[in-house]
Design a protein around this ligand. Structure first.
Ligand code: NDP
Length: 513
């Protein structure tokens, strides 16, 4: 892959001069591109350009903006091979992870927001229900915030970075996206595609760089959408507080799966394996730990061990060439190693895997851990790798207690008889809980998703997922009125007394609900 963005200092995509960051293919260790490491002053310049471009973009209206985003959907599908190859090369994920998660999500999201943005942001008439305002016309309406800053992680460059730009753009904002330093190439590809699809210059820019570039973007933006670790999320929140900039934080998780004795064990076992190993286990809502009711524990573990033992791992070179790809970063691989070593030192057993893969790439073998408990990091801290620790529990109540014994609350899943599983799901402390399913809720763009506890602040998707990129304005309009209202100056004893009586009469108990 060619060097990216090393030429123009002032291109619309934010590529500039100065220091560069090498981008590696983590499955092969090969350097595949270089991108600029943008300094704060360059981010500020991009912000000036983006702000200048925003009113023209807003003036295009919903139809005009939706047309550009629909063009992009067609472009992405027409150039699917190029997009997938870029994703695979910079993340080390498999072709299936790129096609069936990234492309599927982005196609659905572009379709959904292009179709529904106007409805979610349409003026809403509010009926007068308070007697003091009877007869007034009231409207809530939405104005784009102006410039949205999006800071993304490395695990899903299309879904978690550009995915959040879609509603922000459709709401009429300009957007600067700061992708992870490890995976900037897909964002740059999409930025070029957007221009080809009719997006006016500077409405969307990519600010490549490291943490400092992200911090500079927080200073410039009118709204910050951050997806990443809880530790960095706290820094972003603290920085945004300096300028009172609103933020949404989608952070880490330690998602539990509970398997009840009346579950369809084959479905539960397949789900546990797939949803813990998908994308190399590097999904914010991966299954990170499993609690299984005693009567079915042994059967469940044997099924899982057999399935994980059959997984093929290695660089993905096309459809069905590998099931579990590489870890995207060396630092993440070290976290996985540390969690497994800690668990084993404390009495856990690796029934499969338990070590790095052979070869040059950043691989960790698909690993099933048993004899685990909550003294181990593998059960309490986000591992973000192809590991599946499984714990035996006496009953559903113990599973629930352990599932909730976490600082995180991103998502969870329960497998079991539907009635019982749904009742248990309602008691799990997480922003999203699936019953006899897992992870797929992320593809439901119509369903809000946001973490509880240390997993986040605010949410994405659904009506709130686009309204957050706007400033709400309330219009209060007087239609039929007097020259002077009765309550205005100068006060007159007679009318004051009449009004006092009226207030008490109106709200005396039983009169007005
Ligand atoms: P990080 O928190 O390390 O980084 C996220 C982004 O923030 C990167 O672009 C990073 O840049 C940037 N950044 C780093 N420091 C700062 C700073 N001081 N100010 C502003 N931006 C900064 O997360 P990872 O990239 O390691 O992603 C993995 C994490 O993301 C996991 O914890 C995972 O659970 C979470 N995640 C959450 C999701 C959700 O929806 N809840 C979805 C996907 C992932 P750089 O990369 O250059 O350091």
């Amino acid at each position: 892959m060619a060097s990216v963005g090393t030429t123009a200092a002032q291109s619309t995509n934010g590529r500039g001069s100065g220091a560069e960051i090498p981008v590696e293919n983590p499955a092969t260790g090969e350097v595949i591109a270089h991108v600029p490491d943008l300094h704060a002053d360059r981010v500020a310049e991009l912000a000036v350009l983006a702000r200048a471009a925003q009113p023209g973009w807003q003036a295009l209206g919903f139809d005009g903006r939706a047309r550009v985003l629909r063009n992009l959907r067609t472009w992405i599908m027409d150039h699917g091979d190029e997009v997938v190859e870029t994703l695979v090369a910079e993340t080390g994920k498999t072709y299936e992870d790129a096609n069936l998660i990234e492309l599927l999500y982005i196609g659905g999201a572009l379709t959904y927001w292009a179709k529904h943005a106007e409805r979610f942001l349409a003026d809403e008439r509010v009926g007068a229900r308070t007697l003091a305002v009877t007869g007034k016309k009231m409207i809530t309406r939405y104005e784009p915030v102006g410039l949205v800053g999006i800071i993304g992680p490395w695990n899903y460059p299309l879904v978690n970075s550009f995915g959040d730009a879609i509603p922000a753009l459709l709401a009429g904002n300009s957007v600067i996206l700061k992708p992870s330093e490890f995976t900037p190439l897909t964002s740059l590809l999409v930025a070029d595609a957007l221009v080809e699809c009719g997006l006016p210059a500077n409405v969307f820019a990519v600010a490549t760089g490291r943490g400092a570039t992200g911090a500079a973007l927080v200073d410039e933006a009118d709204y910050v959408m951050f997806t990443g670790s809880t530790a960095t999320g706290k820094k972003v929140l603290a920085r945004a507080a300096q300028t009172l900039t609103p933020v949404a934080l989608e952070l880490g998780g330690k998602d539990p799966m509970i398997v009840l004795a009346d579950a369809d064990l084959e479905r539960a076992a397949n789900a546990a394996v797939y949803y813990s190993m998908l994308n190399g286990g590097q999904t914010c809502i991966s299954v990170e730990r499993v609690y299984v009711e005693e009567p079915v524990y042994d059967d469940f573990v044997e099924r899982v061990v057999k399935k994980v033992g059959a997984i093929r791992q290695g660089p993905s070179t096309g459809p069905a060439t590998s099931e579990v790809g590489a870890m995207t970063t060396g630092a993440q691989l070290e976290i996985v190693e540390r969690h497994v070593a800690d668990a084993v030192a404390k009495g856990a057993h690796a029934r499969t895997g338990g070590k790095r893969g052979d070869g040059k790439g950043l691989f960790y073998e698909p690993t099933v851990l048993v004899d685990v408990d909550h003294s181990m990091q593998a059960m309490t801290e986000e591992t973000f790798g192809p590991t599946l620790p499984i714990m035996r529990v006496a009953d559903a109540e113990e599973a629930l207690r352990l599932a909730n014994d976490s600082p995180y609350g991103l998502a969870a899943s329960v497998y079991g008889g539907r009635e019982r599983a749904e009742q248990l799901a309602r008691r799990i402390e997480a922003g999203a809980v699936c019953v006899n399913d897992a992870l797929l809720n992320y593809l439901a763009v119509e369903l809000p998703m946001g973490g509880w506890k240390s997993s986040g602040l605010g949410s994405r998707h659904g009506a709130g997922g686009i309204r957050k990129y706007t400033k709400q304005q309330s219009l209060f309009i007087s239609r039929v009125h007097l020259k002077r209202e009765l309550f205005m100056f100068p006060y007159k004893a007679k009318s004051s007394k009449l009004l006092f009586k009226g207030v008490r009469a109106l709200y005396r108990r039983g009169k007005r609900g």
